[in-house]
Design a protein around this ligand. Structure first.
Ligand code: NAD
Ligand code: LMR
Length: 326
């Protein structure tokens, strides 16, 4: 079997360090799938990426068939089958949202273009670097020859956080919980929805107090990223890498029958989310493609929250459009 080429940007960063070893050990694509890794970094971080590559060598992973380290996007994405876009420009003091979007446009536009020109026909892209949904939109816009559905952004970490919070509340195992959903943006406006989530055949929203759902669960999940930054002094890394593994694993290998997961994928207009916006939905993966779970009833409470988060995504889209980034 020919190795699958996995390109990781920001490979010398925190998430990169937590991610690369798991990809090389077979957890991303399967225990029988050989991989080659392409590490894309900015020039000053190449030496650190080389250090990580030395450690990857030292693991003697049977599935790892090669490592390439480069600061050239054209080279990094050449023949890539999976692209994990992790490296991004973080928000620094005094930076307005427009500045942040523009700085990231300078990264994700050229990377999208390089993917368009050089990646393999089956390329699948997961954007982790924030603001992830809109960075994915920028990369997608720069890659008109790649099917739009191949550009996705990560809300699986939010999904996993929601599972864990609910399991702790109900004193059940995360495996007892099915059909969790994160809607919208990977930001504090996201909406973790318990109205379709099932625990032992019952709807989760009916098993918890209304006040807990509104005042504890939703804000705790939505603001967990900020809480981790506050506690660690750095944003989540191992849990983010874990979620990236889950997302791509399920995209390629399928989601289990009787359950679904959450991923930010281009909207087809489902649930009133404007077409083209890269928004989180309840999704299943079948035959290597994400499909939005259809037919869920959305009450007024959920509608308001979905609309608020999608409204933020529309604003971000309009902002990058005004900057000619899409
Ligand atoms: P980090 O600062 O440790 O690493 C980022 C790396 O990206 C650095 O090594 C940097 O040199 C590199 N980089 C910057 N510009 C690049 C470019 N143009 N090409 C290639 N590499 C480039 O950050 P981290 O902790 O690894 O986090 C990375 C991103 O992931 C951040 O934007 C963070 O906010 C985001 N994040 C997202 C989620 C999510 O759930 N979607 C969760 C956690 C973190
Ligand atoms: C997270 O959800 O942990 C991160 O997106 C937080 C951040 O701003 O990096």
């Amino acid at each position: 079997m020919a190795p699958v080429k996995v390109t990781v940007t920001g490979a010398a960063g925190q998430i990169g360090y937590a991610l690369l070893f798991r990809i090389a050990s077979g957890q991303l694509l399967g225990a029988d799938v050989p991989v080659t890794l392409s590490l894309l970094e900015i020039t000053p971080a190449l030496k650190a990426a080389e250090g990580t590559a030395m450690e990857l060598d030292d693991c003697a992973f049977p599935l790892l068939k090669g490592i390439e380290i480069t600061d050239s996007a054209d080279k990094a994405f050449d023949g890539a089958n999976v692209a994990l876009l992790v490296g991004a420009r973080p928000r620094t003091a005094g930076m307005e949202r427009g500045d942040l979007l523009e700085a990231n446009g300078g990264i994700f536009g050229p990377q999208g273009k390089a993917i368009n020109s050089h990646a393999a026909d089956d390329i699948r892209v997961l954007v982790v670097g924030n603001p992830a949904n809109t960075n994915a939109l920028i990369a997608q816009a720069a890659a008109p020859d790649v099917p739009a559905e191949r550009f996705t952004a990560m809300t699986r970490l939010d999904h996993n956080r929601a599972l864990s919070q609910l399991a702790a509340k109900l004193k059940v195992s995360v495996t007892d919980i099915k059909k969790m959903t994160i809607w919208g943006n990977h930001s504090a406006t996201q909406y973790p929805d318990l109205f379709h989530t099932e625990v032992g055949g019952k709807i989760a929203a009916e098993l918890v107090e209304d006040a807990w759902l509104r005042e504890t669960f939703i804000p705790k999940v939505a603001k967990r990223g900020a809480a981790i930054i506050e506690a660690r002094g750095a944003s989540s890394a191992a849990s983010a890498a874990n979620a990236a593994i889950d997302h791509v694993h399920d995209w390629v290998n399928g989601t289990p029958e009787g359950d679904w997961t959450s991923a930010a994928i281009p909207s087809d207009g489902s649930y009133g989310v404007p077409e083209g916006i890269i928004s989180s939905f309840p999704v299943v993966s079948r035959d290597g493609r994400w499909e939005i779970v259809q037919g869920l009833s959305i009450d007024e409470f959920s509608r308001e929250r979905i609309d608020a988060s999608v409204g933020e995504l529309v604003e971000e889209r309009d902002a990058v459009r005004a900057l000619n980034l899409i």
